[in-house]
Design a protein around this ligand. Structure first.
Ligand code: ATP
Ligand code: MG
Length: 297
């Protein structure tokens, strides 16, 4: 029997879609049955374990699964919790995944007298992340009490359960809707790919070693653009100077004219409208900026 690589991802929630999309973009195909915990890959000896995000760090740290995709907030909270209870807390970080970005922030009611962190001394702060919060308070010498809530943290002040909250924020709309003001970012997070700490079979490790450059390729492609344009030959130097990115462009002759050439290049930076307008006023035409699907160095 082949040794199947097991990967834990969030079953349904903010990380699910992008976790699946990343694996798919790496060529790992799945057909997911919503009712099932496990999904078998149809392209690789890989099994997906679809669970609540809170369970992912423990599954990896206990070596129940080989890889996990989870938010750093959940991961670090679980690690601190395990250290506090003398459990195994080891894992190997593999890649930051550039999705699931959010911040864990302290917020207080709009009418609060809060001026600085020290004002929380003696007060109660509601959170789903007591370990991250306690570490932050301790590092800053503040003596506040943490009130653990697994949901509806943002209503805690109104319900009289706490004077402040420490919760995940991405746009701030939820805070605003609940009459809260963000005061202090205590942790910044994105999704991360992690591996269990102990060593894997050669086959499994080989599969991971193939997967990682593919993930890098997907991420590089996401940030890059392919730029094509026609440029006047006599302005070529200035045109190239305007184009963002370190790569030297490819210059190609055009069949219908001697005065212009085609310039193609991969750019790792955004090409702004202003730059495109400048290129146009230098006599460039047919300026195209295309997304790149895959990349390999
Ligand atoms: P589960 O049922 O799996 O426990 P959940 O309700 O705990 O789901 P989600 O709300 O789906 O979790 O969020 C999963 C992760 O997505 C968070 O832990 C965090 O890393 C990330 N995330 C990104 N933006 C936000 C946001 N605005 N609010 C909450 N989480 C966010
Ligand atoms: Mg959760």
């Amino acid at each position: 029997m082949t040794d199947r690589l097991t990967i834990a991802i969030q079953k349904s929630g903010r990380l699910s879609k992008e976790s699946m999309a990343l694996l798919n973009a790496c060529g790992v195909k799945f057909s997911v049955n919503e009712a099932r915990l496990i999904a078998h890959s149809t392209s690789h000896p890989i099994d997906l374990l679809r669970v609540r995000d809170d369970d992912i760090p423990g599954l990896v740290m206990d070596g129940v699964v080989d890889l996990g995709l989870v938010g750093e907030n959940v991961l670090e909270e679980a690690r601190l919790e395990r250290i506090a209870t003398d459990s195994v807390a080891a894992y190997q970080p593999l890649r930051g995944l550039e999705f699931g970005q959010c911040r864990l922030s302290l917020a207080v009611p709009r009418e609060s007298q809060y001026q600085s962190l020290q004002d929380l001394d003696g007060l109660r702060v509601a959170t789903t992340y007591p370990q991250l919060l306690k570490r932050y308070l301790k590092d800053n010498g503040v003596n506040a009490r943490t009130v653990m809530l697994t949901g509806s943290v943002e209503v805690a002040p109104r319900a009289g359960l706490a004077e402040a909250i420490c919760d995940l924020v991405s746009t701030g709309a939820t805070l605003e809707a609940n009459g809260l003001v963000e005061k202090d970012v205590i942790f910044r997070s994105q999704a991360q790919l992690i591996q269990r700490a102990d060593s894997l079979s050669e086959e499994k490790q080989a599969m991971i070693d193939q997967l990682l450059p593919r993930i890098d390729g997907v991420q590089m492609a996401r940030e890059s653009k392919y730029i094509m344009l026609h440029a006047p030959k006599n302005k070529l130097e200035q045109v190239v100077e305007l184009l963002p990115g370190a790569e030297t462009p490819t210059i190609l002759p055009l069949s219908h004219t001697d005065e212009q050439v085609a310039v193609h290049m991969v750019s790792t930076e955004k090409l702004f409208w202003e730059t495109m307008e400048d290129l146009k006023s230098m006599g460039c035409s047919s300026i195209l900026v295309l997304p790149i699907e895959k990349m390999m160095g």
